[in-house]
Each structure stands twice: as C-alpha cells, then as structure tokens.
Ligand binder design. Structure first.
Ligand code: PRX
Length: 652
C-alpha cells in the first residue's frame, strides 16, 4: 500500500464517558454478540426498543431469500412508536423545532404533534377515503406539515411516497403512476432566499391526462395564487379544522409496508425502494441512539430534505422514535449569509449537527470565518452523509466548526439500507478523516472480491456488501420482484450464497478501517444525491436534434461530482461547446427530471468510444472528462481514432 498513513483522532473523553457505546471494547462485544447469535441480538433490541401491540414470535425468516421477514407475528404502529408512547413522559417536550427560510419559528411539542398528526390522519381517512395499503404521494416543502403527512400515513397504514420538491412534473408523474397513488399532498409553494417559489403548478402539470390521483390536498405556505381544479383540489386549512384529534392507529404487521422512496439506479427509471414497518423503525431508532448519541435534553439538527432518505430516517422517523427534539429547516444554509447554520446552532444550542460534505464545502468556501462569530460550544457530534468528505472540508468542519472536540461521524449508507450501516461511534471509534470506519453493531458489512466472494486484503479494492439481511434492509422494488433480485443480489456470492451488494467500491486500510471509494456502476453522486446516467441520457435524447448521448460523472470542487455529457447531434457538424444547444438540452433536463440533473458541461462530439459489440467504454469518457491521459488499450474499439477526436472536442 502506497497510501500515506492517515492521522487518528481519539474520541473526546468528556463525551465518551456518557456515550451509549463508550469504547471499542464495547463495540466489539456487541458485534461479537451479533456474529454469534444474530437472531438473539436483533430480538433483544426489537423487544427493548419497540412498543409492540402484539409481541413478535420469530425474529428472522429468510426461507424465501432475498425476500426476508423480520419480527413475524409482531404488530405495531409506527406513529405510536414516534408519538403516542412518548406522551406520558414527554408531552410538553419539543418534538419538532421549525425554522422557516425567513426566520419564522415554531416549536411543536409531542402533544401538539400528536394532535396535528391525528387530525391529518382523520382528514385523509374521512375526506379522501385513504385506507391501509393505499399510496399517498407527498410533494412538499420543508415545513412541519410534511412530517404530519408522513406520520398520518403511518397511522392509517397508508404507504407514503415522498417526491423531493426539486423534481419536475415529469419525474413526479412517473412516480405517481408507478405507485398508483390516489392522493397527492402538496403546498402552494414555499420560500427560498426570502422569495416565494411554487409547487402546486408542478403537481397540476404532473396530473394532466390520465392519472390515478383523485384528490390533491394543498397546504398554504406562501399564499401565492394557484389554480384550483374543482372536485380534485382541496384546501388543507379548510378541512383540518373539522377533524378530531383522536384517530385510532391501524395496527400493522411487522412487515406491512411503511413507505416507498424512489431512487436512481444504473439502468432504467428510478426504483420504488420499499421499506416496511418494524425493521425500519427499529434501526432508525437504534442508529439515532448509537451514532448521534442524542441525550434526553439534546437538540438535534439534520439539514437534509424530507424528500431524501436522510430526511425520512434522520429528521422524522429516527429522532421521533427515540423521543428526541428534531430541528426542521426550510431555508438554504447560505442565506442570508453563510453563517446561518452557525447562528441557528448558537440560538437553539444544537448538540448534534448532520449535513452533507457538499454543504460543508460551500459553507467553508463562502464563510470560512463565520463559525468563529458564533458560540458553537453546544456541539458534540458532527455528522456527514451522502458522499465522501475531502480532507480540507473535514479539517474545517473538525477544527473551525467543532473546535477540535467533536466527533465527526462519516455515516455511510443508502436509500436501500434504511439507516447507517458503516459509521464511527462518537465516544468509541478513533476517527480517521474520510473513513466511514467500521460496520455498526449487527451489520455484517464486508468488502468482498466480486469474483471469489472472499473478503479482500487491506489495500485491495473490492465491493461493499452486506452478507446477512438486517432489519432495515430494502424489502422490494415496488411492483418488480425481478428488478429487486437483479439489482442487489445478482453480483456477488459469498460461499455460494448471494449477498446484498451496495453498488459501491471500498477498501480496508491496515487497521481494518473502511473507506468508500465510490460507485462501481453508472450512478453519479451529485451533491450527495444519486443520479442515474441512464435517466439523464433518456432526458437528453428527447431533444430532437440529438442522435446519441453518453453521460459520465466528473469530479467537481463543490458538488463532489458534476454531470458531464457527450452528445452526438444528428447534424454532426456541431463539435466542441455550443451555448445555445447546451441551454436547450438543459431545459429539457429541467422539464424531465429537475434542476438537480442539469449538466455542468456538454461537449458535442463526432462519435463515442464503442467496442465492436457496440458497448460504450465509459471509462475512457470519464478519463477524457477529467483531462487524464488514456492509458488503457483502445485497440479493441471499433474506431480507435474517435478518442483523439473526442479529446479535441473537449479541449476546444
Ligand atoms: O455511493 C454511496 C454514497 O451515496 C450512495 C447512496 O445514495 P442515496 O441512496 O441517495 O442515499 C444518500 C444518503 C444516505 C451510496 O451508494 N454515500 C452515502 N454515504 C456516503 C457515501 N459515499 C461515501 N461516504 C459516505 N459516507
């Protein structure tokens, strides 16, 4: 291994003394317990953490692998786990602290949350006929009503599918159609940088033509004018006041679905990742406790959007399941200036702060000295998620934000894993910058050689896999069993048995620390969000002048990865850059997917590097995008001369 040895940061003793997992010895004991008695381990925590309506009688059933069932015979309701069971002891504790873009604030106690969620559930049931198993799409800004909507669905046993508010009408239409949702919950719009922006018109467009949607419930947030469709659209504020604050929770089986969340893969349209009730909520709660070590009086803030899995597990379900106070923020971290998050940390005395490396890079670049202006002494744990964190961002986060005393938890996980799977434990794990460190207790994560299925040696890259099913694991791809099996269990076998493959590459160092090296498939990680190259290519192909396209990721200073597209026009005289066409193509992407998929660079080329069987050699395209020399053998290409032509087009 030629890699330089990374520095190691020991846990802060003061915090470690009261941490839930205090040292590596305790970690190893837990992991040994799980290894030796897997079902005993999970059964113990499921019994301890979940308020069961009916206790489970089996822990895990993998007879129909990869369709695994957890906590068979158990019955519960996730909204009870997140709200009702706290009322005896935490009725007046803040459940949610909301801060709007323009600085408006609201504190919602557990009792108030209970009442709002019950009213919401009654509205869904009585006014829209929502029943157990129905799909409800939530297309909302970051306001408390988004959390009420999620928990109201959980209360009724309806399956929510949140679509991130930055997705376009087309993307929303596809997700609504795939889930066959009967209700959409949205808002007129919200605020960003002190200006109103709109959501309802996007919903209107998504529902044009044939749609399974019967009702659209509109929460008023910015009061801007919107179009009302008679008989379909209803005002939340009109209906909610009529509802009672008592709604009996639907008692669900452990494996009844809780939600769908669409995410990008390397091929085809986004997949509806399905998570079920008991296993998901158990792990959401356990990881909240272990990884963020949130104490009863702590204030915890995750800056994600509820439209992504991080918002599901670590703004709403995890914190509320453990009875914590969770901060919900509507705005952007750099408005009105790059001191906004630190001002909020000071004001609310935030103890755990969780964000994406992209946000850290932006805050660092735009406000290097901002943290110094505020009292950040309340901070204990600083988290990162979604992408690797680079050394300068890590150093600034650790030293300037955390005052060299906080644990930085680089949490590695995915939409499909439900919660963290590889992460440091604050108080226990000595940290190396940029390392997700070790699998969490109970998670049998290993880096395997894809050919032999054996664990790789230190320094040898391999595939990041999980060799045993775990409670919060994806339960299926909505409506497509084959895709589920093929997407996650087709690539790697250990001792002849298929194991879950994350799609990421990873490497152990000499101390067994795990570093995630990035996707092994055609998925790009833009600002910590997953984008399938196939999806972007499909959008670009809708431009009538485009003959062919190949999309790759290219390292980007702020976003981690940017989207780089090679396009062949039907009129192939266009080569190099072209502002007008770039604008046209990006407009189509905006319509088809949304701003998050806009290309950073589009180069018009005369051809693509294809093998004789017609496969595009993306590795060559990635290297050209980075400006790297082509070291690989190009003689197998159908037309090796195309490489130089593409390089010329990129460099013009
Ligand atoms: O490539 C990994 C990267 O993000 C992917 C998961 O994306 P998504 O399902 O959208 O969930 C994002 C939030 C959990 C992974 O396959 N990723 C996530 N966390 C890390 C990471 N890459 C490196 N380090 C991480 N800590």
């Amino acid at each position: 291994m030629s890699e330089m040895k990374k520095p190691v940061y020991k846990p802060n003793r003061e915090f470690a003394a009261s941490a839930r997992i205090k040292n590596m010895c305790e970690y190893e004991t837990l992991q040994a317990w799980a290894t030796e008695d897997y079902e005993g381990f999970w059964g113990h925590f499921a019994k301890e953490k979940i308020t069961w309506q009916t206790p489970f009688d089996t822990v895990m059933d993998e007879s129909d692998f990869p369709f695994v069932k957890w906590f068979g015979g158990g019955r519960l309701n996730v909204s009870v786990q997140c709200i009702d069971r706290h009322l005896q002891t935490r009725k007046n504790k803040a459940a949610i602290i909301f801060e709007g873009d323009r600085g408006d604030k609201q504190t919602i106690t557990y009792m108030e949350l209970h009442n709002s969620v019950n009213r919401f559930a009654n509205m869904l049931k009585n006014e829209f006929g929502v029943r157990k198993g129905d799909r409800v799409v939530i297309y909302m800004p970051m306001i408390p009503e988004a959390a009420y909507a999620m928990l109201a669905c959980a209360r009724l046993g309806a399956i929510h599918s949140i679509v991130f508010g930055g997705f376009s009408a087309e993307a929303l239409r596809d997700r609504i159609a795939d889930a066959q949702a009967k209700v959409v919950i949205t808002a007129d719009g919200a605020y960003r940088k002190n200006k109103p922006y709109m959501l309802k018109p996007v919903v209107d467009k998504a529902l044009e033509g044939d749609t399974p949607v019967e009702k659209v419930c509109v929460v008023e947030r910015n009061g801007e004018e919107i179009v009302w469709v008679e008989g379909r659209d209803v005002s939340y504020s009109d209906l909610i006041v009529k509802q009672s604050i008592h709604c009996e929770p639907e008692i669900m089986e452990s494996e009844d679905p809780l939600f769908l969340l669409y995410t990008s893969g390397s091929t085809g349209k986004p997949k509806g990742v399905q998570h079920n009730s008991a296993g998901y909520i158990l792990w959401a709660q356990m990881t909240m406790e272990w990884v963020f070590d949130v104490k009863e009086s702590d204030i915890y803030w995750c800056t994600a959007d509820v439209g992504w899995i991080t918002g599901h597990t670590y703004i709403v379900y995890g914190p509320l399941a453990m009875g914590a106070t969770t901060v919900m923020f509507e705005g952007v971290p750099t408005y009105p200036d790059a001191g906004r998050p630190w001002k909020m940390v000071e004001e609310y005395r935030i103890n755990q702060f969780y964000t994406a490396p992209t946000a850290i890079r932006v805050l660092h670049k735009m406000g290097n000295d901002e943290p110094k202006k505020y009292d950040l002494s309340s901070l204990k744990v600083l988290g990162t998620v979604g992408e690797p964190i680079d050394p300068p961002a890590w150093k600034w986060y650790y030293e300037d934000v955390g005052n060299s005393k906080c644990a930085i938890v680089d949490t590695y996980w995915q939409t499909e894993t439900g919660g963290h799977i590889v992460s440091p434990l604050p108080g226990a794990t000595p940290i190396k910058p940029g390392c997700a460190t070790f699998p969490l207790p109970g998670i049998m994560a290993e880096i395997l050689d894809p050919k032999t299925g054996e664990k790789v040696e230190a320094g040898e890259g391999g595939y990041m896999c999980v060799t045993r099913p775990w409670p919060a694991m994806i339960r299926g791809v909505w409506g497509d069993e084959e895709r589920f099996k093929k997407s996650y269990f087709g690539d790697v076998k250990k001792e002849g048995r298929a194991v879950y493959f994350t799609g990421d590459g990873a490497v152990y160092d000499e101390d067994g620390y795990i570093t995630i090296t990035g996707r092994t498939d055609d998925v790009i990680n833009v600002s910590g969000h997953r984008m399938g190259t196939a999806e972007v290519e499909a959008a670009i192909n809708k431009h009538e002048g485009v003959a062919e396209v190949a999309v790759v990721g290219k390292p980007h200073d702020l976003k981690g990865e940017g989207i780089f597209s090679y396009v062949i026009m039907k009129n192939d005289t266009v080569t190099g850059r072209n502002m007008e066409l770039t604008k046209e193509i990006n407009n189509i992407i905006k319509q088809e997917i949304g701003n998050i998929a806009l290309c950073d660079d589009i180069v018009f080329v005369p051809g693509l590097p294809k093998t004789r069987s017609g496969k595009i050699m993306r590795r060559i395209l990635r290297a050209i995008a980075k400006g790297e020399a082509i070291t690989q053998d190009i003689s197998t290409l159908e037309d090796p001369s195309v490489v130089e032509k593409i390089q010329n087009a990129v460099n013009t």
